[in-house]
Design a protein. Structure first.
Length: 193
């Protein structure tokens, strides 16, 4: 049974990578099985339909994102520093963002175009970020506009990821990250002064 779980986890990780790099629609069972190095029969033992894999990938992404947010909360005492962790994710993931865009934005956009039933499930990733960011802004004393500030920052980071992917421009990413950090610092200073 332990080997079954390990194989299943490897399938989900491979599918996650391929969905990000190739897109959900353009990734086949054969692509995933080849990436894991298993037969299609063994693959079907774990997943009977592509939508089952998609659901497992989304669940894994939600869990990974929640773990990352929890880690930032443990590591950084100041909510503004936690928000900066979110902003700097663009720098940490810049190579993949330049090549493939944002994994969250890419998947949710693709599922929306396909009018896929899992779109709402995938949107949980954006909701998780929005709610977490709003919580950090509320901790900074911006209760009434916390969700607006969270959505502004989330939208700006998505725009940066989209344009960095379109132009393959790392300098742009770095400039935008610096501007978002300046915005956060100025906004925080102005509001708390």
């Amino acid at each position: 049974m332990r080997g079954d779980n390990k194989t299943r986890d490897e399938i989900v990780k491979a599918a996650d990578r391929l969905f990000y790099r190739q897109g959900f629609e353009h990734t086949s069972f054969a692509d995933i099985a080849a990436a894991v190095g298993i037969s299609r029969g063994n693959f079907y033992h774990h997943f009977k339909a592509k939508d089952q894999i998609l659901s497992a990938v989304i669940t894994a992404r939600v869990n990974k994102t929640q773990d990352m947010l929890d880690q930032w909360a443990r590591k950084e005492k100041d909510p503004a520093d936690r928000i900066r962790c979110f902003i700097h994710i663009l720098i940490r993931n810049r190579r993949d963002i330049k090549r493939f865009g944002c994994p969250v934005g890419g998947l949710t956009s693709e599922l929306a175009k396909l009018n896929h039933g899992a779109q709402g499930e995938a949107n949980k990733l954006f909701s998780l970020f929005r709610d977490w960011l709003a919580g950090q802004f509320a901790l900074l004393g911006h209760d009434e506009e916390a969700e607006h500030l969270a959505m502004h920052l989330l939208a700006r980071s998505q725009g940066v990821a989209t344009l960095a992917n379109a132009f393959h421009d790392e300098t742009f990413i770095r400039q935008e990250v610096a501007q978002m950090c300046d915005w956060l610092a100025a906004y925080t200073d102005k509001e708390l002064a």
